[in-house]
Design a protein around this ligand. Structure first.
Ligand SMILES: [Ca+2]
Ligand SMILES: [Ca+2]
Length: 88
């Protein structure tokens, strides 16, 4: 009986031990999403590519600091930095 209780306790505890397994996309989120958005992999995000990602489309004009109609990885990273870093 005692053994059975322990087995039950282990069986119940185990799922919780794994409940907080980290997502696999915690590191290099910016690079991963940049290459995701850059559908033709030419190293820049065109406005057309951005239009598939509403969050990117919204910030596109502000992020395109040299106004060439495309976001390179530098512009994209700048745009993804916390806004208060640039505001101060
Ligand atoms: Ca592209
Ligand atoms: Ca640009």
């Amino acid at each position: 009986m005692k053994k059975l209780l322990i087995a039950a306790a282990v069986a119940m505890a185990t799922p919780f031990a794994h409940a907080e397994a980290p997502a696999d996309a915690t590191i290099e989120t910016t690079q991963a999403s940049f290459s995701q958005i850059d559908a033709d992999q030419d190293g820049t995000i065109s406005k057309q590519e951005a239009s598939s990602f509403s969050s990117v489309e919204v910030m596109f004009d502000g992020a395109d600091s040299n106004k060439d109609g495309a976001l390179d990885s530098t512009e994209f990273e700048q745009a993804n930095k916390p806004a208060d870093a640039a505001a101060k």
